[in-house]
Design a protein around this ligand. Structure first.
Ligand SMILES: Cc1ncc(C[n+]2csc(CCOP(=O)(O)OP(=O)(O)O)c2C)c(N)n1
Ligand SMILES: [Mg+2]
Length: 307
């Protein structure tokens, strides 16, 4: 299988998992709020394919795609979303706070921009402990770039030359407000002002393009030349939070999404993947069955792992 097909299949797996979440949501089996990555899967898959296993990733609440792209386990994923004790965090994290440190997924957060400084702190800790060529990826949306923590993190990383990849998933929306109505600055010029090398990928629908641009950014980072900022243009298809579509809310034109969908490889001809799709479907069904068959944590779990 070509590299392109491999990345398309991985992205499709993420989409199929989230489509299963949409199916399940009305049943209330998943009580955690869900911020779906549908439309954005190719960003996570392209970036993670370029990373090494030892690299650390700090996602945000829209983090299913990164968890899955890092190959963290699917059974424990569904169990986590259903609040079961077999979940990856024993059912205490839910969708917005996914963590799988064994897979380099260091813990997501619902607080916008908060995991950016976690990535910086981890990079600094690694520096203090001794040299390594591990890279730390801070994942955030375009809205997070308006937060003070983002500016402070850029400054700190630039001063100390830390190997942090600032990854902006730019879907041009913060809840219902578009980028043009929110920002007076360009990320590229901001990056330049902090002395940070800027990489841009407009074709966020193409996992190979994302992979290649990320690989270029990683060559810079591993070369010891300090942090980099990578902005990937992407498109959120669904509502900000929840399983539905919300074009009737009036904050964006449906045709913007329709135009993007024409370029989406996951909506193209997938007939060559029939066997792979069947395997993914089985894998998802088994994971959901596992989660539904698992117990909820007991009261004795209430205060464990929280201090
Ligand atoms: C500190 C903070 N402020 C506000 C919110 C409410 N909030 C949740 S998501 C969000 C929009 C973030 O947009 P963006 O960073 O572009 O990410 P996206 O949801 O588009 O992936 C806001 C304002 C929050 N969770 N945390
Ligand atoms: Mg956004």
């Amino acid at each position: 299988m070509s590299n392109r097909d491999e990345l398309i299949i991985r992205s499709l797996r993420v989409r199929m998992v989230e489509e299963k979440i949409i199916d399940l949501y009305p049943s209330d089996l998943i009580q955690s709020p869900v911020h779906l990555s549908i439309g954005q899967e190719t960003v996570a898959v392209g970036v993670c394919a370029a990373l090494d296993d030892r690299d650390m990733l700090f996602p945000n609440y829209r983090g299913h795609a990164f968890y899955l792209a890092r190959k963290a386990p699917l059974k424990e994923f569904f169990a986590e979303l259903m609040g079961r004790k077999t979940g990856i965090s024993k059912g205490k994290a839910g969708s917005m706070h996914l963590a799988a440190p064994d897979y380099g997924v260091m813990g997501a957060s619902a607080v916008v921009a908060s995991t950016i400084s976690h990535a910086v702190g981890a990079a600094l800790a690694e520096r203090i402990k001794g040299k390594s060529d591990r890279v730390f990826v801070a994942v955030f949306g375009d809205g997070a770039t308006e937060q003070g923590a983002f500016f402070e993190s850029l400054n700190f990383c630039s001063i100390h030359g830390l190997p942090v990849l600032f990854l902006c998933e730019d879907n041009s929306l913060a809840v219902h407000t578009s980028l043009d109505d929110r920002q007076s600055f360009s990320l590229e010029r901001l990056s330049d002002a902090f002395g940070i090398v800027f990489f841009n990928e407009e074709a966020g629908f193409d996992p190979v393009a994302v992979f290649e641009t990320t690989s270029a950014a990683l060559r810079h980072l591993r070369g010891g030349s300090g942090p980099a900022l990578l902005r990937v243009k992407t498109m959120r298809y669904r509502e900000h939070v929840g399983p539905g579509e919300d074009f009737d809310a009036g904050y964006r034109a449906e045709r913007t999404v329709t135009q993007w969908k024409k370029k989406d490889p996951l909506l193209g001809d997938l007939s060559r993947f029939t066997a792979e799709i069947a395997l993914i479907r089985d894998e998802i069904d088994q994971a959901v069955e596992f989660a539904i068959g698992s117990d909820f944590p007991g009261i004795e779990e209430l205060l464990t792992d929280v201090l």
